[in-house]
Structure formats: structure tokens, C-alpha cells
Write a protein that binds this ligand. Sequence first.
Ligand code: DGJ
Length: 552
Amino acid sequence: MHFRSWVRSTLVWSLPVLAIGAQSAAGSQIPHIERRGSTMQLIVDDKPFLVLGGEVYNNSSMSLDSMTPLWPRFRALHLNTVLAPVSWAMLEKSEGKFDYSMLDGLVRDARAHDLRLVLLWFGSWKNTWSSYAPDWVKRDFERFPRAQLRNGAATERLSPFSDACRDADARAFAALMRRIREIDGDAHTVIMVQVENEVGMIPDARDYSPTANAAYQQPVPQQLMDYLSKHKDTLHPKLSAKWQAAGLKTAGNWEAVFGPGLETEDLFMAWHYARYIDKVAEAGKAQYNMPMFTNAALIRGSYAPGQFNSGGPLPHSMDVWKAAAPQLDFLAPDIYFEFKKWSAEYDRSDNPLFVPETQGGARGGACAFYAVGRHSALGFSPFGIDWFTRPEDGDARLSRNYEVLAQLAPLVLENQPKGRVTAVLLDEPTPSQKLQLGDFTLDVSATRPWRNSPDRPEYPEEPPLQTPYGIFVATGPDEFYLAGAGLTVRFSPNSPGPSFAGLATVEEGSFVDGRWHPGRTLAGDDTEQGNSVSLRGTAGPGILRVVLYRYR
Ligand code: DGJ
């Protein structure tokens, strides 16, 4: 889904609100996802919430002491949320005995620093493997069988075909969620939970354990066949093509319905991982019903299933996941490459975009603007945020981007459901772009350095900006807020009336407690004598308020 269509009618102010999975709690509602207009939003304490997050390294949250110096640095970086793993092994060192000290401490310390938490359940799987399963699970390979390779060798991955593994995981996860409700049911420091981490099979495309082999010969479950038939016209093109190529059968085993090959094995694994995780999520939601999702490792180049995480929640198998795992509120991509492509794939009418892992730094800041502005992302979270907060590094680039996004968040969240927000990320293939926003076309291009021509010796050279980016919000028929860096924007009318757009007012400024505080008013050189506005961004992103008028 790309830029959401503009809704001109004043009716946009009274859009219908549909709650998904929300339950009343004492005081404000439990965090939940709501469909609002053309978007889905995360609602925390009864208000839309934009996650400006960062994910800590895998084991930083395995010791409260190792987190102690990080909390204030997260604040300084303008994070509002920390994504922190919780380990099954640490929670349930011996079967049925739960140790909540880490969880309790994390919640207490995050709250003390006015930060929210998205907890990552490192249960049965972490990056396809099972390294966070408890010792008593790992050692008992008869009761908790492993996935096997084609050659019969076991791997240290729990088999998704094992009910015993699933039920043990679900019991522990339910205990975790019950505890979160007990300690946090009113405060809502924990706002979402990721169930497992980057699941899938590697290096073969499927589990070859005896149970898996038998399941592969079974008919494709009716639940999936019904889903495919019902959503026939909107299935992912790759899934649709596979089903069609095999004759659009409505019954049969996996190879009969999807044809033989690794891609079918991938869909088969997707179904079984998703069913397993759905049961785990269901057990957790029965204790505390808050948004849950699982994340995907994406596909590099022309990798085949087994080279990439076979069965993971990838775009081509997302319909299978949706059919199998209705308890998951959404599926989320970990985007380390081709940001625009993957963010578009996960922004679907049945799936809001949330980016739990990605790059930080200047590039991360630019992508955050793009994800939020173009795809109404629920949030954004560079991986290894500990690194970006090192005192010697103090990543000013990410920090300034988050600071500006935090200022804009109320405006953005209010206008997203009305289709009044968009964004650009001017990567190589798209050096300039025309965007429709309200009654105007925005022609957006990379800002030329002042000293682009020899007749301008009075202005010093500026460093080139790697990736120009910006977010644009239409707050009225002729009023816009623009934020970003390295961009020049020219406006032209796209509706009947006088054919030229002029700049009535251009102000630099910032939002303080949601109110606009104007700085300099710009004209002359800074607006190409009234013809364009620029977010030069040499010192990081800025914000402009622009009021237009029309003339002939
Ligand atoms: C993706 C995983 O999901 C993270 O937990 C971490 O292992 C990173 N890769 C490391 O690059």
C-alpha cells in the first residue's frame, strides 16, 4: 500500500474506530491496536502512541546491572520505548518454578525512567535456533524433540511439530503474561510483546523429523484452504501464482495444492510455525490481552528457502500466517537492507508496519521518518541501541531525528487516519518525487548546496547529505508542516482554481508540549525568492510551517 488517499470531506474528523483485541482495564484501556480511518494505530493509555524505540543487544536485559547505565542514555537519545528480550531459560530454570526477578526489575527500572517496554519472548526459537530454551528442555530430547535435517541429523532447534515443546513454551509464556498483568496491568509500561524471534528452518527448507514427514503427506488443513478461497483476490502474488500453477485445488496434500519443491516446503513450515506460535500467543493473551507480533528475518538476493528462514513470516507466506495465527496482531520485518521495498511489503490493510530491528545512525533516522510518514508505522527500533548510546558515540544523528519525530508525533498521529501524512526517502532510484497532499502537488528533490554555482562565493560549502528524507503533514487546506533534511519542496495546485501556488508564510520552529513555537520567518534566498522551501539539514532535521496561497 502506498500513499493513502486524501479525504477532502469534513467527515474525516469523525472516523469510525474499530478496536482489535482490546479489553477494558481499571482506568485506561490495555494497550491495543485500533483501526482508525485508513490506518491501524497502537493505543496506549487511550491515546495513539508512536514507538520511538531501540532494541538492546540480545543479552543486555539478562542482567539489571548491565541495564543500569543504559536507561538514562536511552532517555538522552529521545527513545520512548525499549525493546528488551526476556529469556525462557532465565524465567523457568526448573520446570514449573518461575523466577520473575528480571522481569520485575526491567519493568520497575523502565518505568522509573519514563520509558515503555516491548518485551521479546525468546522462548522456543531465537534466529531459528533454541538457545534460550531452559536446560531441562534442551537435555530432554525424547520429550522435546529437535527439528531434523534431510540427512536425519538433529539440530539444536525445537521441532515445531512437537505438542510437548509447544505446550511447555505456552505454559511459560502464560506465566510471563500473568506476571506482567499483576505488576503492570494499571501502569502499561509494557505495551507489546514479540512472540519468539526470527523463526524458520535453515539449512534445509523443512523439518525432516518423522512427525514432520508424516504431516507433510497430510491434506492441507481445511482452515488454510478456506482462507485461501475467501481471500483469493487479495493473496500475495507469489502465493497466488503457486496455487494457480498447481491448478487452484481446494483439497489435497501440500504438494498437490502448491506443487512440489522448496517453496511448498516453506509454506508448509510457515503453517506449522504459525500454528505453534498462535497457541503460545493464545495462552499469553488469556492471561493479559495486549498486542503481540512475531518478526521476520528477510530474504537476501535470490536466496532459496533454507538459505533464508524457511517458514518465517515473510511477505509471500503472510497469508498462511494470517490464516494460522489469528492471535498475532501483526507480523513485523527486521529491515537491514532495501528499506523501502520491505516496509511496503509489510504495510497491508490487514497488517500495520512495525520495525522492531533495523539500522540506527543517520540512515536509521531517515528510515524512521519514512516508515512513519509513508507507511503509518506503529514504531521504529534500531537494533543494538546500546551501541548508539555509548558515551563516546552519543549518536547525535539518531537522537536529533527522534527528537523531531517526538515533537511531531501528536500531529502525525492525528492526521494519519485522515490520509494527510506522507514522506519521502530519496534513495538512488528516486532522485525526485511528486507527491499529492491535499489540494497541492509537492515536487520534492534533493537540496542543491548553496555553492553549487561559482556566482555564489558568499555562501560556504555544505557537506552533502547522504539520503534526503522528509515527512509532510497537511493540517489544513493550505497549511503544511514539513520536517526532514536535505530536501527542497516546490508546491503547485492540483485542484480547480488559480494555477500558481505562492508561499504566504514560511516559518522555522519547533513543537513544545504540542504547541508550535515559531523561530525565523523565511523568504528571499532561503525560499529561492518565494519559489520553494528547503530543509537543508546540515545540523540534522528541521521543521517548517508553510502556509500557501494561490494566484494567477
Ligand atoms: C537479528 C536477530 O533477530 C537479533 O536478535 C540479532 O541476533 C541480530 N540479528 C544480530 O545482527
